[in-house]
Design a protein around this ligand. Structure first.
Ligand SMILES: [Zn+2]
Length: 315
């Protein structure tokens, strides 16, 4: 009999009337493990996410996990095993596995299931479902003025841009089964901890454009751009909209994207270390000035890369 767990709004609908004010209990689920079969617990980093957000799912077991899979957004999550799990409890879990869940920045608001199938060694298979509430992102709208060719491209430019878009989709669709990164992710510019514009809905020269799928870091042309983590370069070339572009595959469906570079210092196929210089900040492609455009996709979902920096610590 499969267990069924609902996390999120469903557990927080009771209201307590306390001395004249409504008191709404905090949603259950956040950081609270839920059991899923004997000795197995599931934990989400948060019970809900805004569009463009990233969640971490942890599966812990007091015995070795024989089989584990989960579906989210019509795709199988890619789990990795944490080799030295740190635990709050005195008896650390025997097996700890993690997976990232990306919420695409245009995923409609609503409640979505993630189904987890887990079987501990010698145990019965169990299926548990967590519900994740996706809320609308608070994205501002901005009006920009860019060169006319980027708003009204010629038929040849449209053809080129479409081919490049399809090529990127093909890349992001691939899930390299190996985890290529070790440890936490970093912001690609030295001495910078935050950037803006993620998810902004844009009006380009008066016409609605696609939402902004990355974070922009204004910086001087020539500033070194570092790999956010170790991985393999899968694209290093000039693209119509993003100019000189590098894409790094970190494995398990995780890709980072670096756009508008003035120079590229790597080539497709290169293995890169965390922090290795990929190129230099520039103003190539559709820009209003020199900056780095940093993007992240997780299993095809376009998410805010800054969340990856804060979410992973000892992975
Ligand atoms: Zn950008």
């Amino acid at each position: 009999m499969p267990g069924r767990i609902r996390v999120g709004y469903y557990k927080s609908i009771s209201l307590l009337f306390v001395t004249g004010v409504f008191f709404v209990p905090a949603p259950a689920g956040a950081n609270t493990p839920e059991t899923c079969g004997p000795g197995v617990a599931l934990k989400l980093s948060a019970p809900e996410s805004a569009q463009g957000g990233l969640l971490l799912l942890e599966v812990t077991s007091d015995g070795p996990i024989a089989d584990l899979s989960a579906e989210w957004n019509g795709r199988n999550l890619a789990f990795w095993q944490v080799t030295n799990p740190q635990s709050d409890s005195k008896t650390p879990p025997v097996d700890l596995q993690r997976a990232l869940l990306g919420v695409d920045l245009e995923k409609p608001a609503g409640s979505y299931p993630v189904s987890v199938h887990v079987q501990s060694a010698g145990g019965k298979p169990t299926t548990c479902t967590l519900e994740i509430a996706v809320r609308l992102g608070k994205f501002a709208t901005e009006s920009l003025h860019v060169d006319k060719e980027f708003v009204e491209p010629s038929p040849e430019q449209i053809k080129r841009a479409n081919e490049e878009r399809d090529r990127l989709r093909e890349i992001f669709d691939q899930v390299t089964p190996q985890k290529l990164w070790v440890g936490s992710f970093r912001v690609p510019l030295d001495g910078v901890s935050t950037g803006g514009n993620f998810g902004k809905r844009r009006i380009l020269n008066g016409q609605p454009g696609s939402p902004h799928s990355g974070v922009d870091f204004p910086a001087a042309t020539g500033t070194a751009v570092h790999a956010a983590q170790a991985g393999r370069v899968v694209l290093a070339q000039e693209l119509f909209f993003s100019g000189n572009t590098v894409v790094v595959d970190h494995g398990l469906g995780i890709y980072t994207f670096y756009g508008h570079l003035s120079a590229i210092d790597v080539k497709a196929g290169d293995e890169v270390q965390s922090g290795q210089v990929l190129g230099k900040v520039g103003a190539t492609g559709r820009v209003t000035g020199p900056h780095l455009h940093w993007g992240l996709t997780v299993e095809r979902a376009r998410v805010n890369p800054l969340q990856l920096v804060s979410l992973l610590q000892n992975d």
